[in-house]
Design a binder for this molecule. Structure first.
Ligand code: ATP
Length: 234
């Protein structure tokens, strides 16, 4: 279980997150919804060690991640698919995947994990030596997810994986995320594509102005007046 409790985060004096508590179970997809500027990316950063929280804890099993350095966060089992993918666009597909395997454990299992990533995303196998900046948007997003998987995480934080993809590819991306969860990984899915995100999620949270204002199962959120009006335009 990935468990965030009482998390606060700020950029200097600007407080962005206040008292965030949420959990993600193994094999579970949990949606994190909210408008632009609500603090979703900040939550991803502060849960994964890029922006140390000002208070609160992030636990993964027995490990307390907020005290760890980045590569130890990865070693503990948490990986991030960042907003905007952040690929090394001049490097090949294979180089990008190898970069993802940066913990000792991941390096020791590199070939095995690579085979699993190629099984999940066959198109990446076909393009191993291609410069990643020349991939299509959908392929780049697959590569970003594949790179995160190379660290052999148990939990993934995905920041808007469908951003910039065509409607057809968005559907495919969500199907792939479901496959990732079926491998037993827990996924926190930050999304603006609310209807589709909820379709693949078991539960979700709504973040507004830095606080969780609502949480529930998919069914509860789909029935919630707030979610229907503000996020599903119903
Ligand atoms: P989006 O969907 O637009 O990415 P978000 O919900 O991810 O929105 P954040 O990017 O986490 O929101 O931003 C939350 C707040 O923190 C915003 O008010 C933003 O202006 C502010 N903020 C984000 N990054 C920084 C930064 N590096 N320095 C100062 N303030 C920041």
């Amino acid at each position: 279980m990935l468990e965030i409790s009482g998390l606060h985060a700020a950029y200097g004096d600007a407080r962005v997150l206040s008292d965030i508590s949420l959990s993600v179970g193994e094999g579970e997809i949990v949606a994190l919804l909210g408008p632009n500027g609500a603090g979703k990316t900040t939550l991803v950063k502060s849960a994964s060690g890029t922006l140390p929280p000002t208070a609160g804890t992030v636990r993964l099993g027995d490990a307390e991640l907020t005290r760890l350095r980045l590569h130890h966060v990865a070693a503990a089992g948490l990986a991030v698919v960042p907003e905007g993918r952040r690929l090394f666009t001049r490097l090949t597909v294979l180089d990008n995947l190898e970069v993802g395997a940066y913990t000792r454990e991941a390096r020791a299992h590199l070939d095995e994990t690579l085979a699993r990533v190629y099984e999940l995303f066959p198109v990446l196998r076909d393009r191993t030596q291609q410069q990643s900046g020349t991939l299509s948007g959908g392929e780049q997003q697959m590569l970003a997810i594949g790179r995160a998987l190379m660290a052999r995480p148990r939990f993934l934080l995905m920041d808007e994986p469908s951003l910039g993809l065509s409607p057809l590819l968005v559907g495919q991306m969500f199907a792939l995320i479901q496959q990732v969860a079926e491998l037993g990984l827990g996924v926190l899915l930050v999304e603006q594509n609310v209807a589709q995100a909820l379709e693949v999620s078991q539960r979700g949270y709504v973040l507004e102005e830095g606080s969780i204002v609502e949480e529930g199962t998919r069914e509860q959120l789909l029935a919630s007046p707030r979610v229907r009006e503000a996020y599903l335009a119903l």
